[in-house]
Design a protein around this ligand. Structure first.
Ligand SMILES: *Cc1c(COP(=O)(O)O)cnc(C)c1O
Length: 392
């Protein structure tokens, strides 16, 4: 967690129906608009990311609505389950874990009465990036009136997204991902078209009534008791991101995306140099890199070795991918130093546990170094961490 956010949390001892809180809330909601990159209002909810996913379904659809879910992993399956839970008639474009969809198959699945299309910007369970821009363009060129609803919980801050320019109607983020604070907050923005759908939805709503939330947010308040300390932390985190862009939050967000892309590219090069294979045929996200262990090795062995010998956290595959892949995160606070460290530790694990043909120390590190040198020679890249940024 970001140290500045930790201090802000500890100091956030204010009552929520006060001018102090209203000032904080309005400031953070404004910052979120810039971070997301939209002119639409952004709402904050006291829930994990899934709460905002559920709010999108319950507020913008009605039972019996035909919707299209694009699914290629655990979080795509969550959209499907949510839409079904609220009585939608779900059409599904489904690809195996590790893959993404072709725009032609999305086009074929789109119908005249499709009310909404649900997708992930990045599918965290597989490390794959989906083509949100392409899907948005497709909806436009097909003359579809379907809302485009994007789970960008790991996409925001790792992926370039032009929310308003592309015509994304709903975009969803979560506090524990790129904004580097603890879990417990979800945020989302809705387009005018989406607000119209919220007005006509026949679903019952109470805690996640976005219309009510918007009305209150306009007065600097939340409908129910807000997660005050997390909101203070979020403000501090967005200040920190702005500082990465010389005080410009949009530039800071772009620097954050750039950093994640650099770490991801370093990791992919390192993994290949080691003789391991990346999971999936391409379209790699910068949120996390999913790697296949050598044949016959359970990925849990690698996860355990990294944790027990180096206190390095990489994650196993989820659900059906457990034991079959391991995932190295690049989102948020990870940077060059972390990436070099994890690649070095991975070489140690490979040396003792993986029996890879042609293994030699330094090959993976050299590949990562090379990528960093090339990318940081580009004028837009950020090349160094802030000196005061110390790991918590
Ligand atoms: C983390 C994540 C979520 C939300 O999960 P919660 O546990 O509810 O915060 C949803 N979608 C994606 C792609 C995620 O990475």
């Amino acid at each position: 967690m970001l140290p500045a956010a930790q201090f802000a949390m500890a100091a956030a001892d204010i009552h929520h129906r006060t001018p102090e809180f209203r000032a904080l809330y309005e400031r953070v909601l404004g910052q979120l608009k810039t971070f997301v990159g939209t002119n639409n209002d952004v709402l904050l909810l006291a829930s994990s990311g899934t709460g905002a996913m559920e709010a999108a379904v319950s507020n913008l659809t009605s039972p019996g609505d035909r919707v299209l879910v694009l699914s290629a992993g655990k979080f795509g399956e969550r959209w499907e389950a949510l839409a079904k839970a609220f009585g939608c008639q779900v059409d599904l474009v489904s690809r195996p874990y590790g893959e993404t969809f072709g725009l032609d198959e999305v086009k074929r699945a789109l119908r005249l009465d499709t009310r909404a299309v649900f997708v992930q910007a990045t599918e965290s369970s597989t490390g794959v990036r989906h083509d949100v821009e392409g899907i948005a363009q497709l909806l436009k060129s097909a003359g579809s009136s379907a809302l485009l609803i994007v789970d960008a919980i790991t996409g925001l801050g790792t992926t370039r997204l032009d929310v308003d320019g592309w015509g994304v109607d709903v975009i969803i983020g979560g506090s524990q991902k790129a904004v580097m604070i603890p879990p417990g907050l979800a945020y989302l923005s809705l387009s005018d078209r989406a607000w119209k759908a919220a007005e006509i939805s026949k679903n019952p709503r109470y805690y996640f009534d976005l219309r009510k939330e918007r009305k209150n947010a306009q007065k600097g308040e939340s409908s129910y008791t807000p997660a005050v300390a997390l909101i203070a932390a979020l403000g501090a985190a967005l200040d920190y991101i702005a500082a990465q862009g010389g005080g410009d939050l949009a530039a800071g967000r772009d620097a954050l995306v750039d950093n994640a892309e650099t770490c991801a590219a370093m990791t992919r090069a390192a993994v290949r140099a080691l003789g391991l294979e990346l999971f999936g045929p391409g379209s790699y996200s910068a949120a996390a890199t999913a790697v296949l262990p050598p044949a016959g090795v359970d990925s849990g062995v690698i996860v355990k070795e990294l944790k027990s010998r180096f206190a390095a956290i990489v994650t196993n595959g989820q659900g059906e991918m457990k034991g079959k892949i391991f995932r190295i995160a690049h989102i948020g606070l990870f940077d060059y130093m972390d990436t070099i460290a994890i690649v070095g530790a991975l070489e140690q694990v490979a040396a003792t546990k993986l029996n890879l043909p042609g293994f030699a120390f330094g090959k993976a590190l050299a590949a990562a170094q090379q990528v960093f040198a090339e990318r940081s020679a580009r004028p837009t890249a950020i090349t160094a961490r802030e000196p005061e940024l110390v790991k918590a």
